[in-house]
Design a protein around this ligand. Structure first.
Ligand code: MN
Length: 162
């Protein structure tokens, strides 16, 4: 099973780096508000450069003067599987992303269920929306970003990363 990871990153601006293992790299999006489990929410997800798979284990401080300087914690991670289909046959994540719409099922510690990344029609091509699909794991009452700020690796909050 391919993996996903979400790293909370207190850089110049706080954001959540959402990463999916695709074809041997971590495809990555910066999500300023973090993910939502409410299907009515649409969270901006700005595509950023691919990262090496090993980056998904990083938790710590990126020193001043380096790109993305600031604290990073592993906010959630787990396996995922594609939900994208065409004429009843599964579509690879690579192909789905090329086409600008990928649906997938996350098996994380904080996030579970179907989500989709959809490229926006307007504005820069790197702008996508991350949305929760309306399935049995959808929960408008749950606010994982607020209720579960801690690292799934160490239990530390972003302030405790030194
Ligand atoms: Mn980042």
């Amino acid at each position: 099973m391919p993996r996903f990871v979400i790293q909370k990153h207190a850089a110049r601006r706080l954001h959540y780096d959402f990463r999916l293992e695709v074809a041997g790299v971590l495809k990555s999006w910066a999500v300023p508000k973090g993910p939502s489990t409410d299907p009515r929410d649409k969270r901006l997800a700005v595509e950023v450069e691919d990262h090496a798979l090993s980056w998904g284990d990083f938790e710590g401080v990126l020193p001043e003067g380096t790109y993305g300087a600031g604290r990073v914690l592993v906010w959630d991670r787990g396996d995922y599987r594609t939900l994208s289909e065409r004429d009843g046959a599964p579509v690879s994540m690579e192909r789905a992303l090329e086409q600008g719409r990928a649906a997938f099922w996350l098996e994380g510690r904080k996030l579970r269920g179907g989500f989709a990344l959809v490229r926006m029609h307007r504005g820069p091509e790197r702008n996508w929306l991350l949305v929760k699909l309306d399935d049995e794991e959808a929960d408008p009452e749950y606010d994982p970003v607020r209720e579960r700020p801690e690292s799934v690796l160490s239990g530390r909050t972003i302030e405790e990363i030194t």
